[in-house]
Write a protein that binds this ligand. Structure first.
Ligand SMILES: Nc1ncnc2c1ncn2[C@@H]1O[C@H](COP(=O)(O)OP(=O)(O)OP(=O)(O)O)[C@@H](O)[C@H]1O
Ligand SMILES: [Mg+2]
Length: 477
């Protein structure tokens, strides 16, 4: 064995005697000993092992000796200045040419930095797996190569469905292509991008996040992928939307009450005057025209009444109300209309509902309004698509967690997504001129809110619509 050949080798190499003392060592092995130490030959090799590794080393060493076999194992070495090294040791017995004794050649390969990287990676991985923030890593082509469990939860997709995909599968189309282009430009030039994005979950619901995308850069400063961290804003956005909606409704309500008051009085005078003139005149032409004026006045009065209804002061009389009875009456009222004869009215009413203090007339007005809308929506679908399916309006009541829920389901024309937020706004109507004022749902919204309840709509265009009203029992005053 020519040890000279290993002198300049950059891994530490030793020749050890049977008793574990050092017979030879190369340059690279000197780092474990203080530079001032003059005599290393004759020292025990185990002196430069971490205490926890000594037994393991001795075992491996003696069995290699005994069986005359080479072996490889990992141990921890410790240099004179207490630095710790994770080393892969290779030992191999050989016969010394000098004295014919059996010695051992030991070569160590330091893998401390790899191990550090590995443990850093493990640490990162554990954090990534457990954080509540959705994380994603994409490669240079924008294909996802890692997503964490929080990402699965937020997006509604499973990991297997996402790996290899481009994140544009979450595209909500709410952002322009320039928006995404500017993001790609920023990150591909090695800079961090931060922005708010609206994505689409697997279910189609929106998923709002604040997104930070950071390029992953290797030692040579090359971008090798992208790391995205999301901060889920969905709940916040929904609350914000609701708050803005409520505030908007309230301010419209105040305005409307003012207008109604101001217009109501002169209108009453006009109406009285029209009646007087109609009575006094003999001219049939004038009489006829005044009749038309009266019709228009009636129409305006109804609008004014609706406006007042929205912001009706709460000193209206509250009565213990049986919501089921109230609903049954509303259905009877609506069934009188001509358009309802082919509609199947289905009721699933929970008989265990308690009586609740409500302004019964107003609540019935809400029910009638929603039912008439449903009838109109069914008629519109029939007219537009001439569909043969059986039309239905289903009314369901139930009680859960101290909240009474009333659901109206129809298979009418439905509401396009972009109109969903508008249906509760005043004067929003899709009905023909003179057919609807667009105040029905707005007034309903006002009435339900003043009963401390809430009203929501879900709809799929061409399929049908669902109005859901909740009356929380402990809040109804
Ligand atoms: N069940 C439904 N199916 C489809 N669209 C509906 C339904 N209910 C309401 N809408 C839509 O919402 C709009 C507003 O309804 P709202 O009751 O406020 O006013 P309107 O019915 O048009 O007029 P008004 O009730 O004042 O006579 C309707 O014009 C319609 O486009
Ligand atoms: Mg209506």
């Amino acid at each position: 064995m020519n040890f000279e050949a290993l002198k300049g080798f950059h891994d530490p190499c030793f020749v050890l005697a049977e008793n574990g003392t050092i017979l030879k060592l190369n340059e690279a092995a000197l780092q474990f000993f203080p530079p001032t130490k003059s005599k290393i030959i004759g020292e025990k090799f185990s002196k430069i092992l971490a205490p926890a590794s000594i037994l393991k080393f001795e075992d491996e060493f003696s069995s290699s000796f005994k069986n005359n076999t080479s072996t490889e194992f990992e141990i921890t070495m410790q240099s004179f200045d207490a630095n710790i090294y994770d080393v892969n040791i290779f030992i191999s017995p050989f016969i010394s040419e000098k004295n014919g004794k059996r010695n051992i050649l030991l070569v160590g390969k330091d893998f401390t930095s790899e191990k550090k990287k590995e443990s850093e990676f493990l640490r990162f991985y554990t954090v990534a797996q457990n954080t509540v923030n959705p994380l994603q890593i994409t490669d240079l082509n924008g294909k996802m190569i890692y997503i964490n469990p929080a990402f699965e939860r937020s997006s509604g997709y499973k990991k297997d469905e996402l790996i290899g995909q481009n994140p544009n599968i979450f595209g909500s189309k709410k952002h322009s292509s320039e928006y995404w282009e500017s993001m790609w430009q920023t990150i591909s030039s090695g800079k961090v991008w931060l922005g708010e994005v609206e994505n689409k979950k697997k279910s189609g619901e929106p998923f709002h996040t604040r997104l930070l995308v950071s390029p992953i850069i290797d030692e040579t400063k090359k971008v090798i992928g992208y790391f995205g961290i999301h901060h889920d804003l969905t709940d916040k956005k929904i609350l914000e939307k609701q708050l803005i909606h409520t505030q908007k409704m309230e301010s419209i309500g105040t305005l409307a009450a003012g207008v109604a008051h101001e217009v109501g009085n002169p209108l009453a005078s006009i109406s009285a005057l029209v009646q007087i003139v109609q009575r006094e005149t003999e001219d049939s032409f004038i009489k006829e025209k005044l009749e038309l004026v009266k019709k228009q006045i009636t129409r305006i009065s109804k609008i004014i009444r609706d406006l007042v209804d929205f912001s009706r002061p709460s000193d209206y009389e509250l009565k213990s109300t049986d919501i089921n009875d109230n609903l049954k009456e509303a259905i009877e009222i609506v069934k009188v209309g001509k358009k309802t004869k082919d509609i199947n009215f289905i009721s699933h009413l929970d008989e265990s509902l308690p009586l609740v203090p409500l302004i019964a007339d107003q609540v019935q007005q809400v029910f009638v309004n929603i039912l008439i809308n449903a009838v109109d929506a069914i008629a519109e679908k029939k007219e537009k698509f001439r569909n043969e399916e059986e039309s239905f309006i289903k009314v369901t009541t139930s009680i859960k967690d101290a909240t009474i829920k009333v659901v109206f389901d129809d298979n009418g024309i439905g509401i396009p997504e972009e109109s969903l937020t508008k249906v509760f706004e005043p004067f929003f109507t899709t009905k023909k001129e003179g057919k609807g004022t667009g105040l029905g749902l707005w007034v309903s919204y006002g009435i339900i809110k003043s009963s401390h309840g809430d009203i929501k709509v879900e709809s799929v265009y061409k399929k049908g619509t669902k109005f859901i009203i909740n009356f929380p029992l402990n809040l109804i005053l």
